[in-house]
Design a protein around this ligand. Structure first.
Ligand code: B1M
Length: 806
């Protein structure tokens, strides 16, 4: 179907549409088995793939998916097929097309690449795009009607896949579907709202949830997706939990899916464990139903990975925290100049705590590579605060670097209304799914008259209509000029604000310029802010750590009817009145978090009290942690640093991860900080260590397990006690371990495992040593290993910690 018609079709959808079901099990029934990849069936057994598609069409599917899920270059490269990505995808689309005919739509499936994007993994955004591009090209050439980017675990990888779609064909319709966990987030911590808002902003024709925990597990997720964006919601759950293996039958599955339709789904199908019978039951259940009415919020919405903020009439003033800016002399300027970001994280955290809704990032130092700095600063901010980001630069290349890295819907700050810049800015915002701040300044420069500035906004809205960019995603900045250079400057800006508001536009201002060159700057700034809020201002760029200013924001929001139930003011006011002596403002200043650091010994009652080193590890602050560790090693020794600071910190990280306070990004950041401290401790231990040789130990973390921090500590301690250690690393197969031990003439093999799912791999190693009649001993350890378990698998020794291993 022609791209435009596909879009119209989904926009006009009034009754549920049925998507097909699982592919893998259907292929297995027709002769597929590993190590062949399912995608290779399109080349080697095309008839079998055709049969699966035809089975689903006959069962009532109105959309079928191509057999190309794992067809990215990176995924295929694992089997040496990377250079055939385009061909495989094209073949898969041709087969689906043949089975679909004209009446059924073909969705080109694009699953995750299997690697994580930086900073969580090693893949750059560009590499991810290049890995998806040939796959998408093949699908388009083979006749897919739309692309279905699916099972995404990270919003950034989804962003890269969408970029690949747009590069191949700008107007290709696409849907983005995520896999949400039991707690309603993706593994990377993306919320359904963030996924839906971003999908809408980037121009998807649908947003979805697939795989997961069965139909019932997705009811709430579907409700949240449908409530966050005016897009059709696709949902195609597993027939149950794959690892449990007990799948729902067709009827039960269809009944579960009825609740998904009621929650707001428009397109419904099946993932793992579903068959043509499931799809048949779904089609029967969905027949004669119409789509449930959903009510997605309007207005401007920005989001980070998890936090969504709405701005506009009737809503509280949006606070854009301005402190991450290199234009002033500060630790941020010094550090960003060296591509270091500890201070950036610190500021992001403290501004978030102080009530910012958006964090502005400006790395515009002329002497540095600003593209790199913007990319890395965005990573730093995201690791410290889940808020939306405002990308602050006048260089479109730097803005694009930030847009690629920011998970969620960021704000571009800013472009002028000069024709070319404006249009380029809008296209960038559409390409990546962002909002755009437009300064009301055009080829004539800054106009004194506020009304004239507002006329520029009218022309901007006209250009937006031409570009197809929603006016609701534009924020107008009418410019603040200093009162010192013209006494009407303040009034003209306020007039421009009022006029833009009357046009239905959103407004934002930086306020501090009003007092430039004048005394009592704070007084003027705050008074100006109060007046601008009275004129209808929606957002302000300011310092959220200025509590007096924040007090005015809360009070004005309450007074102008933008604080429902006065809840924000009441919460803020309670704090404000809590004054022992010396005036309210003074007391509030005293209560402010200094520098905003979390953790440390100031943890509230009931929480674990962590040392400063542990707190730095928890914050993922590698530089800070190293600084603390250097100081402590002299006092407590390297082993003391590990056992008394690192292990408690990582235990707390594990606890927070388990309770959903932390997600994978924080887990990885903390692990990186801990690794750096471990390496430092190792240097120290080895310096202290003995030089006598007590024998050879081969060490490894078992297959499937990537946790190697503990194993590294064990290696260091053994070395320092005079053993020769051959460290095989992590994720090591049983045969490799045994072969290495034989080759190295080891007396002992040491195995580490941290997950309940990987502990059984230890048994495999021991069985392999018995099978080969090896003479060495095997000792085991790691948080998930108990003495009982060690005995039961025939291990020769077990230790809870590194010293015990000696
Ligand atoms: Co992950 N992880 N992790 N993780 N991680 C745990 C283990 C977890 C308990 C967190 C939680 O949910 N509470 C959980 C496992 C749940 C379970 O199976 N029951 C978990 C999970 C679920 C995951 C992922 C699946 C998350 C995801 O992707 N959704 C994923 C799995 C990846 C994989 O392995 N396939 C994952 C990933 C990661 C990171 C990569 C981000 C990172 C590891 C980085 C790295 O190691 N390079 C990480 C981390 C850091 C942790 C926690 C927070 C900390 C582990 C650690 O390093 N502890 C951990 C929670 C926790 O343990 N509190 C968690 C410090 C270290 C010094 O202690 O390793 O126990 P430990 O070693 C000690 C002793 O055990 C002993 O001596 C050491 C020093 O005293 N010891 C031995 C260890 N090996 C020994 C061998 C011996 C003798 C003693 O003889 C040979």
């Amino acid at each position: 179907m022609e791209q435009r018609r596909v879009r119209e079709f989904f926009r006009g959808l009034r009754s549920p549409l049925v998507l097909d079901g699982g592919m893998g099990t259907q292929l297995a029934e027709r002769g597929w088995h590993p190590p062949m990849l399912p995608e290779e069936m399109c080349l080697h057994m095309p008839q079998a793939v055709l049969e699966v598609h035809r089975g689903y069409v006959a069962s009532g599917a109105a959309v079928i998916e191509t057999n190309s899920f794992g067809g990215s270059v990176r995924k295929l490269s694992l089997k040496g097929l990377g250079d055939r990505a385009e061909e495989l995808a094209r073949r898969s689309a041709e087969l689906a097309r043949r089975a679909a005919g004209d009446q059924v739509l073909v969705a080109g499936s694009v699953g995750p690449s299997g690697d994580m994007l930086k900073p969580l993994g090693d893949m750059s955004f560009q590499e991810a795009v290049m890995s998806f591009e040939p796959q998408v090209r093949g699908l388009v050439e083979g006749g897919a009607d739309l692309i279905l980017v699916e099972t995404m675990l990270d919003l950034k990888e989804a962003k890269a896949a969408v970029e690949a779609v747009k590069r191949v064909r700008e107007d290709m319709p696409f849907v983005v579907s995520f896999t949400f966990d039991r707690d309603g987030r993706t593994v990377s911590g993306d919320s359904p709202e963030a996924a839906a808002i971003w999908a809408e902003a980037v121009g998807a024709i649908g947003v979805g949830a697939n795989c997961g925990l069965g139909p019932r597990g997705y009811v709430e997720v579907v409700r949240r997706l449908a409530g966050a964006a005016s897009l059709p919601v696709w949902v195609y759950p597993n027939a149950g939990v794959p690892s449990a293996g007990d799948y729902l039958g067709p009827q039960e599955f269809a009944e579960g899916c009825a609740a998904l339709l009621e929650a707001g789904a428009s397109v419904i199908g099946g993932c793992c464990g579903t068959t043509p019978e499931h799809v048949k039951a779904l089609a029967a259940m969905a027949a004669n139903r119409s789509l449930a009415a959903t009510d997605a919020a309007g207005g401007l919405r920005l989001c980070g990975r998890s936090k969504v903020f709405s701005f506009g009439p009737g809503l509280p003033l949006g606070i854009i925290g301005e402190r991450i800016n290199v234009s002033r002399k500060s630790p941020i300027r010094e550090q960003v100049g060296l591509y270091r970001y500890g201070a950036v994280k610190e500021e992001a955290r403290s501004q978030a705590l102080a009530g910012a809704s958006v964090i502005d990032v400006n790395v515009g130092l002329p002497e540095i590579d600003q593209v790199r700095a913007m990319r890395e600063a965005v990573w730093a901010v995201e690791s410290a605060a889940p808020l939306p980001i405002s990308l602050d630069s006048d260089d479109l290349g730097v803005l694009e670097a930030g847009l690629r890295e920011a998970a969620g819907v960021p704000l571009i700050n800013s472009v002028t209304a000069k024709e070319e810049q404006l249009r380029l800015g809008m296209r960038l915002a559409m390409r990546y799914g962002a909002a755009l701040t437009v300064l009301l300044i055009d080829h004539r420069g800054i106009l004194e008259d506020g009304l004239e500035r507002a006329r520029i906004a009218e022309r901007v809205l006209e250009a937006a209509r031409e570009e197809g960019f929603p006016g609701s995603r534009i924020v107008f900045d009418p410019l603040t000029l200093t009162l010192g250079s013209g006494e009407a400057n303040g009034l003209e800006t306020l007039r421009a604000v009022r006029e833009v508001v009357a046009l239905g536009g959103l407004t934002s201002l930086g306020i501090s310029n009003v007092s430039h060159g004048l005394p009592a700057r704070g007084l003027l700034n705050r008074s100006f802010l109060a007046m601008a809020m009275g004129a209808g201002l929606d957002m302000v760029i300011c310092n959220p750590l200025d509590r007096e200013l924040m007090g005015i924001v809360k009070a004005c929001d309450a007074l102008r009817g933008r604080d429902k139930g006065l809840s924000c003011f009441m919460a803020f006011g309670a704090d404000w009145c809590d004054v022992p002596s010396g005036g309210a403002l003074g007391a509030l200043k005293a209560k402010q978090p200094e520098g905003g650091a979390v953790g440390g010994s100031k943890a509230p009652d009931g929480e674990v009290h962590l040392s400063p080193l542990a707190a730095k590890v928890l914050d993922g602050d590698e530089e800070g942690a190293l600084g603390e560790a250097r100081r402590l090693i002299d006092l407590e020794g390297p082993l003391g640093v590990i056992s008394d600071h690192l292990v408690p910190a990582l235990d707390e990280v594990g606890r927070r991860y388990e309770t959903g306070e932390f997600f994978l990004p924080q887990l990885i950041e903390a692990a990186q900080a801990a690794s750096a401290v471990c390496a430092l401790a190792e240097e120290e231990l080895l310096r202290e260590g003995s030089s006598a040789s007590r024998g050879t130990v081969v060490l490894a973390t078992v297959e499937g397990d990537l946790h190697d921090l503990g194993k590294n500590v064990v290696a260091t301690v053994l070395k320092s006690h005079g053993y020769r250690v051959v460290d095989l690393g992590k994720d090591v197969k049983a045969e490799r371990i045994v072969e290495a031990a034989l080759r190295e003439g080891a007396q002992v093999v040491g195995l580490s495992a941290l997950m309940t799912s990987t502990v059984p791999r230890m048994k495999e190693v021991i069985e392999e040593t018995h099978r080969r009649g090896c003479g060495f001993k095997v000792i085991v350890g790691g948080a998930a290993v108990s003495p009982w378990y060690a005995r039961s698998i025939g291990a020769d020794g077990m230790s809870y910690d590194a010293v015990g291993a000696c």
